[in-house]
Write a new protein. Structure first.
Lengths: 78, 398, 278
């Protein structure tokens, strides 16, 4: 099973629409308190441990600001 | 009298003509046909049109001729689509044109503004007919003079040429393509039914006798290129869609890099669009004087009316009347200085046109001498003025 | 900026002018995904008209000609006519394509000229502030139908089918995976493709027609109302339930306009070479 290393949200262009929270099947995101450069409250990936790197948040983000970095696969899996 | 009018339409005579005939050919053809000949010589390879009297022949002949030179003549669903397709073809890197008449010209107005805004070189022929609305489709008129200049919204400038003979239809078409490529603007040929449908001798020079201007395309690396940054002559290089520059071309007020611009950038853009033409009027403005250029009586004419006025000048001469006829060939931007010079010393100025007084206003603006009244000899309703009527006007209104 | 954006967007034009949660941005991404999969970015030439959706193409780092309201399709025809090797794609909206530009859609489809029209349907005139569109549902209260819209809807897909388009699809922003596949098919299709995308407009359609301005609500609405139904004989039934049929409706091969032009030019020149009529 894949896990996320980190989820990056580009603060220059995020408009805080929260579609990532809506679309995420693993309940990773919550509204945060930081404001983007465009003055919108940005989402926060607070439950990143839930992430299965399905990519839905990335492909559904209307401003293309979300990037999910998958963890490298552990050696013992091989 | 028709014979006389024919003569005055000729461009070459005597020795000049003999010489010219060696490097070209003379053919009797319609004004509209001459336009097509010139366009093909100038390199026009896309035509978007819609049938409308009295401009239809241009579309018809184009549809026959363009396939032979690997061009494409498209009869579009309306004139709006016709001119927009021409703008698209122009950005595709091809010389393109369209032709129409009054009602179609109305439909084209927004796309003329578009061609100005996206700086797409193209040629639009308006073979004028009677208006308003459907008006008199088979009759001549000159009522679109202001529409050709001010028909689209906002501040802009463009070049409008007025041919008076089939020969000039040819010459002006070559000139129109060259100017449109030089300035990256739509150039309008404001012809009328008489010029479009007259069948007379046209001298078609060989291509190597003519000069053709091509748009300048960028050569710098793409990263360094700023799409709407003007060159020294006020015109930006044109990264047409076949050059690989990945150009963002929008019709909105824009900044130099092509993005939506702020107010300051919009202002600069508008000023540049106007000044790139009007600062270089000496390159193209043309006013001709026929007859006695010292005569106190002067006609001012443009387009087909020049023909009758020339005959009137000749007839006047036979009667001992000295008259000059000032023919405005490039009506927009209005060549103030040239017209002022051509009218210098005139005591009586009669503006003859087939509308209720359009170019008259320009003359009133240019000749601000209270002692000179700018008289109007107007013919509308599709009735072409006869040379005798000019002379009668001079006598009766004295 | 995600990797796709880094690779293909015109950075100096960002951010998108779209409102938060707008479907247009999702379409930018889906389209770029299709282009990336095909590796055809250098072959693209785009045109667009006026409206929110017209800006979709402007942010992509490709040749784009953004023209007048409704006139994106004729501009695309002019481009295609002079650059037949390019993949010409037009981004347009429901007002742009069905109202002011409706006639152009008919005739481009009729010609079967090789181009793709991406019609983004948010069921309203959004950029001008929420006026009724040809695609607005009967009964809707908009800024210009304050007592309810009494006009019937216009269905772009049916029009494209009737006018002779050779590829017709409708998806929504809640169907990004099939949409990307359709984009790829359309980019490879020789002929006129019409792709309608039901897209959420939380700010206008959401607030005034559907009852909520939340992007989540609007995307969910599309998920609930767009039903996959590719059999036209069953559309009436779907529509009577207030649903919108989506799917890949048509994909057939027919003589393409630019190829026909080249064939005609060849034939005419040969005939003339033999001394035929010109």
């Amino acid at each position: 099973m894949k896990n996320a290393e980190k989820i990056e949200i580009d603060r220059r262009y995020c408009k805080g629409c929260m579609l990532c929270k809506y679309i995420c099947p693993c309940d990773v995101f919550e509204p945060g308190q930081t404001r983007s450069d465009l003055d919108y409250l940005m989402p926060q990936p607070i439950r990143i441990e839930n992430c299965r790197v399905c990519g839905l948040c990335e492909s559904n983000c209307p401003d293309m600001v979300l990037t999910v970095f998958a963890k490298e696969k552990r050696k013992e899996n091989q | 009298m028709p014979q006389r009018q024919l003569e005055s339409g000729m461009m070459f005579n005597g020795e000049g003509r003999k010489e010219a005939m060696k490097k070209g050919r003379i053919k009797v053809m319609l004004g509209n046909e001459a336009c097509v000949e010139a366009a093909l010589l100038a390199g026009c390879r896309f035509y978007g049109g819609y049938p409308i009297t009295p401009a239809t022949e241009i579309l018809e002949i184009m549809s026959r001729r363009l396939p032979l030179v690997d061009g494409l003549c498209l009869q579009m669903e309306d004139e709006i689509a016709a001119l927009v397709a021409v703008v698209g073809a122009s950005w595709g890197g091809t010389k393109a044109m369209t032709a129409t008449s009054g009602p179609g010209f109305c439909l084209m107005q927004e796309a003329i503004g578009l061609a100005v805004a996206v700086e797409a070189p193209c040629v639009i022929v308006n073979v004028m007919r009677g208006g308003p609305a459907s008006g008199q489709s088979t009759s001549t008129a000159q009522g679109d003079l202001y529409q050709a200049r001010y028909g689209s919204n906002g501040d802009y400038s463009l070049i409008v040429l007025c041919p008076s003979t089939a020969q000039e239809m040819f010459d002006h078409t070559i000139k129109a393509f060259n100017l449109s490529e030089r300035f990256r603007i739509p150039v309008i040929i404001l012809s009328d039914e008489v010029v479009g449908h007259i069948r007379e001798k046209v001298f078609i020079p060989d291509a190597d006798q003519l000069t053709f201007v091509e748009r300048k395309v960028p050569t710098v690396p793409r990263e360094e290129f700023v799409i709407f940054k003007p060159e020294e002559n006020g015109v930006p290089l044109m990264p047409t869609f076949n050059t690989g520059y990945k150009s963002p071309v929008i019709s909105q007020a824009k900044s130099l890099n092509g993005n939506r611009g702020n107010a300051k950038e919009a202002v600069e853009n508008i000023h540049r669009l106007v000044s790139k033409i009007e600062d270089h009027m000496d390159e193209f403005a043309e006013v001709q004087v026929y007859g006695d250029d010292k005569a106190e009586t002067a006609f001012v004419t443009f387009g087909s009316v020049c023909r009758a006025a020339r005959s009137a000048v000749d007839m006047g001469k036979e009667k001992g009347l000295a008259i000059r006829s000032v023919e405005v060939k490039t009506v927009w931007p209005f060549p103030d200085d040239l017209v002022r010079r051509a009218l210098a010393g005139a005591k009586r100025i009669v503006v003859a046109e087939m509308n209720l007084g359009m170019i008259q206003r320009e003359i009133e603006r240019v000749i601000r001498q209270p002692e000179i009244k700018i008289e109007l000899f107007s013919k509308i309703g599709g009735i072409y003025p006869q040379p005798q009527e000019f002379l009668r006007f001079l006598e009766e209104k004295r | 900026m995600n990797p796709l954006g880094e690779k293909y967007l015109r950075k100096e034009f960002l951010p998108f002018l779209f409102c938060p949660g707008c479907g247009d941005g999702m379409i930018v991404q889906a389209f770029l995904q299709a282009v990336d999969d095909l590796g055809c970015i250098d072959d693209l030439a785009l045109t667009a008209g006026i409206g929110c959706s017209a800006w979709i193409g402007v942010y992509m780092n490709v040749d784009i000609l953004k023209v007048l309201h409704g006139r994106a399709i004729p501009a695309a025809i002019g481009l295609k006519a002079t650059q037949p090797s390019r993949k010409v794609v037009t981004f347009t909206g429901d007002g742009d394509c069905l109202a002011i530009g409706g006639n152009h859609l008919l005739h481009a489809a009729r010609r079967n000229i090789d181009m793709t029209v991406v019609m983004v349907n948010n069921q309203i005139y959004a950029m001008t502030g929420g006026q009724v569109a040809p695609s607005t549902v009967v009964g809707s209260k908009t800024q210009t139908t304050p007592y309810g819209n009494i006009e019937k809807q216009l269905d772009g897909c049916k029009i494209a089918l009737a006018a002779g388009a050779t590829m017709v699809s409708r998806w929504s922003t809640a169907h990004l995976k099939p949409l990307i596949k359709t984009f790829k098919n359309a980019l490879n299709h020789k002929g006129f493709s019409y792709i309608e995308i039901m897209s959420q407009c939380p700010v206008q359609t959401g607030r005034y027609l559907l009852g909520s301005g939340s992007p989540q609500f609007n995307l969910q609405w599309l998920k609930d109302h767009c039903v996959k139904e590719e059999d036209p004989s069953r559309w009436l039934e779907v529509e009577s339930q207030g649903k919108i049929p989506v799917g890949d409706f048509l994909r057939i091969e027919q003589p393409e306009f630019m190829e026909e032009v080249q064939r005609m030019n060849q034939r005419v020149k040969e005939e003339q070479g033999k001394g035929g009529d010109r």
